[in-house]
Design a protein around this ligand. Sequence first.
Ligand code: PLP
Length: 389
Amino acid sequence: MTTQPAAFATLCVHAGEIADAHGSPHTPIYTTTTFKFPSTAAVLDVVEGRKAGALYTRYGLNPTIQALEEKLAALEGAEAAWAFCSGMAAESALFLTYGRTGIVCLGDAYGGTLELLSSQLPTLGIPGYFLLGDELDALPSLLKRGAGLVFFETPTNPALEQFDIAAISEIAHAHGALVAVDNTFASPVNQNPLLLGADFVVHSATKYLGGHSDLTAGALMGAKSALAPVWSWRKNLGQAIAPEIAAQLARSLRTLPVRVERQNATAMKVALVMQAHPQVERVLYPGLPDFPGHALAKRQMKGFGGMLTIEIRGGGVAATRVADKLKLFALAPSLGGVESLATQPCTTTHHGLTPEERARRGISDAMLRLSVGLEDADDLIADLKQALG
Ligand code: PLP
């Protein structure tokens, strides 16, 4: 009998799961910090890398963590994955391994990433370079100067700007640089950067992968040989995911496509209604035909995601008034959970930037970023309408 390669939803449920001696359908939680061996020779087999196996949980050599990593790799079409205790842990291990000659960050990125690249890593002699979407012509010259890693989010936060993963990877590779895409906003349901030419995918698994706003975790996916040196940084910086969180994350991944496909559909409904609303100046959503990045999104995304940004008529004060009147959308600066969240970027994710820098990045005070959850679409639309008044 021939077996078909498993489809995405099947991988979400079954990839990486360990069949234990008791017939558990899912990987058990191994909370132990260490694992015993029958002999010194068996210890050395694992320590010296001849055999894969459990050894010490901080190393990530724990069956619950290893099972999760196999599932994470499968979902991005990667050879391997490392699971981390947060998205920032995954990013920092990647930057320390591959960014030491300089990191070029394209477009908008999560505030913590921008702070790490612009304030902390330069103190270690690691230069950070920043190019906005209309400044990509300068990328080759930065790469010629020796920057070894290009990093970007697509879609970006909060403007949902699209970056062309295939084209940017081609430029970077022509200059000997590697490419890492933060795929947090899209999730592997909607976009697979490795299949488009990127070398690494980073996730804040705290968002769609976890999906319930109840765990903090990160993931890095890529080729086995490329991930190998990152492992030592994770081990010695103590950044591995805890086994309890690994099991919780694996549980969430089993329902990932069901959640994200519904969130895609609801976000599209919300976007269309908001676009027609007189109090809304502009809706930024990759699925809308008149969105500037729509054609590229259609090419490189399989679904348009659960994130959208609406610009309220009347500016920042009006946007705050709408935010404060929301009842079903919770006012919280995160995303990707089953509950819908709203945030005004100038008061949260981009509060640390000067008004001038926000303006340069096209982030207006009138923006409200929405993370669409799993509530009924009509209820969410009714909430927005009552808040828009
Ligand atoms: N990347 C993106 C796009 C994010 O939104 C965040 C957090 O909000 C991070 C990375 C950092 O992830 P974590 O909070 O899990 O460290």
